[in-house]
Design a protein around this ligand. Structure first.
Ligand code: AMP
Length: 437
């Protein structure tokens, strides 16, 4: 199918051509006709599927046909709410790119920066507003923003908003929207609260469930390295020294952990930058731009800071820590392997993370290939030799921790005693997977 067959107007077709898009992605094929008919949409799709264009194109096309006399002030007709600043900027950039021939004005607003430039831009009139919930609500309360003319409303990455404690703000924002509007709702997973929110704001929506989790990950070469927690940083350095890694996005579970990784890498002369919630907006954007422009090869990120961020031709994703929620693994590794290019995802797994690895493998219905030939194999520092706890003792003695307990000469795998007290598998009862329709 072509964009022409989707009945897109010529100025949009031209901008898509300029973007290098030759044909619509599956979500675009399904969503664009329904949205052009004015239907509501409930979408389950990850980043990398082209979901931004799937909602941006029909909004732009509908807005461009609603004429406004040159003297009439621009009023906010479309509102897109996204959980993170980076995601909001990315969405706004997409609207600008696809709508470059339409003469519409897009503005992005987010917190963590002074509000004056944003209120000044709002005052001069805006057609499309992309916003994070907190700043949006702030500016509504200060009467800088009125949503009473909004006809198109998009809620993107709703489950992440739940995780980030933003649902109260989102519910409040919705009360300012006119009832007569078109609503598009996107969420990768469907916890109960999100399902209820979707039901309460959508009107007889079409439902699109793109890419069952496994097909996205199939084209990505996945490996797991079993390694003790204390040796993860050494293993990371060992892997990053491999020149074949063009660009690596490294995931850390915590902000503190991300900072520690950056300083360890910098100590040995590997330039890296971090993005997480404690960094200023400018620092995050700068780090992201440097990475996208290949000025830095290594970006360390927490899930919240990195979710939804689109990076072209990312060669490697490294899970320094495994995520607590298995679906997050799929979101993380989906950053590589874009546009069918393939890519590599490397995961580190320490003893305590083994249950997390099992949950991930169950979700993706696949056993991740184990790399046994590396200098820091897991020897399990929690084992008690001679009845004494050595947790941390091996940690302070890297030569001991690097020495395998015993090695199978055929497989090269490290043997360790079977333990009676394997940690219980952690499950996330909240996240229910959506099924395809
Ligand atoms: P998204 O899922 O919206 O984050 O989009 C992921 C990436 O796919 C972005 O880099 C888009 O520029 C790109 N993209 C979106 N639609 C198409 C298309 N029809 N053809 C090629 N690339 C696309």
């Amino acid at each position: 199918m072509s964009f022409k067959e989707l009945k897109l107007i010529e100025p949009i077709q031209r901008s898509l051509l300029a973007e290098g898009y030759s044909k619509p992605t599956p979500i675009q094929e399904k969503a664009i006709p329904a949205l052009l008919e004015g239907k509501d949409l409930l979408g389950c799709a990850q980043t990398g599927t082209g979901k931004t264009a799937a909602f941006a194109i029909p909004i732009l096309q509908q807005l461009s046909t609603e004429r406004r006399s040159s003297k009439e002030r621009r009023l906010i007709k479309a509102l897109i709410v996204a959980p993170t600043r980076e995601l909001a900027i990315q969405i706004s950039d997409s609207f600008k790119a696809y709508g470059r021939n339409l003469g519409l004005k897009t503005l992005v607003i987010y917190g963590g920066v002074t509000q004056h430039p944003q209120t000044r831009d709002l005052a001069s009139g805006v057609d499309i507003l992309v916003a994070t919930p907190g700043r949006l609500l702030d500016l509504i309360n200060q009467r800088f923003i009125s949503l009473k003319n909004t006809k198109y409303f998009v809620l993107d990455e709703a489950d992440l908003m739940l995780d980030m404690g933003m649902l109260k703000d989102v519910r409040k924002i919705i009360t300012y929207l006119p009832k007569d509007r078109q609503t598009m709702f996107f969420s990768a997973t469907m916890p109960t609260e999100i399902g209820e929110l979707a039901n309460s704001i959508l009107n007889n929506p079409i439902r699109i469930d793109i890419t069952p989790v496994s097909s996205t990950v199939d084209i990505i070469d996945q490996e797991v390295y079993f390694v003790d927690k204390v040796n993860k940083i050494n293993l990371l350095i060992h892997i990053l020294k491999d020149k074949k890694i063009d660009s690596a996005l490294v995931f850390s579970r915590t902000k503190h952990g991300a900072n520690k990784i950056v300083s360890s890498l910098e100590k040995i002369g590997l330039a890296a930058q971090a993005i997480h919630g404690n960094k200023s907006q400018n620092a995050r954007q700068l780090a992201l731009n440097n990475f996208k422009e290949r000025k830095t090869r290594i970006l360390i990120a927490t899930d919240i800071a990195a979710r939804g961020i689109d990076i072209e031709e990312l060669s490697h994703v490294i899970n320094f820590d495994l995520p607590e929620v298995p679906e997050t693994y799929v979101h993380r590794i989906g950053r590589t392997g874009r546009a069918g290019l393939g890519g590599k995802a490397i995961s580190f797994c320490d003893y305590e993370e083994k249950p997390l690895l099992r949950s991930i493998q169950k979700l993706i219905s696949k056993t991740i290939t184990e790399v046994t030939d590396h200098p820091y194999p897991l020897v399990d520092t929690t084992i008690k030799p001679k009845g004494r706890s050595v947790r941390g003792a091996y940690a302070s003695n890297s030569s001991r921790s690097n020495t395998p307990k015993s090695k199978d000469t055929k497989t090269g795998k490290i043997r360790r005693e079977k333990r009676a007290n394997e940690p219980k598998k952690k499950t996330n009862g909240k996240n229910v997977h959506w099924t395809s329709r």
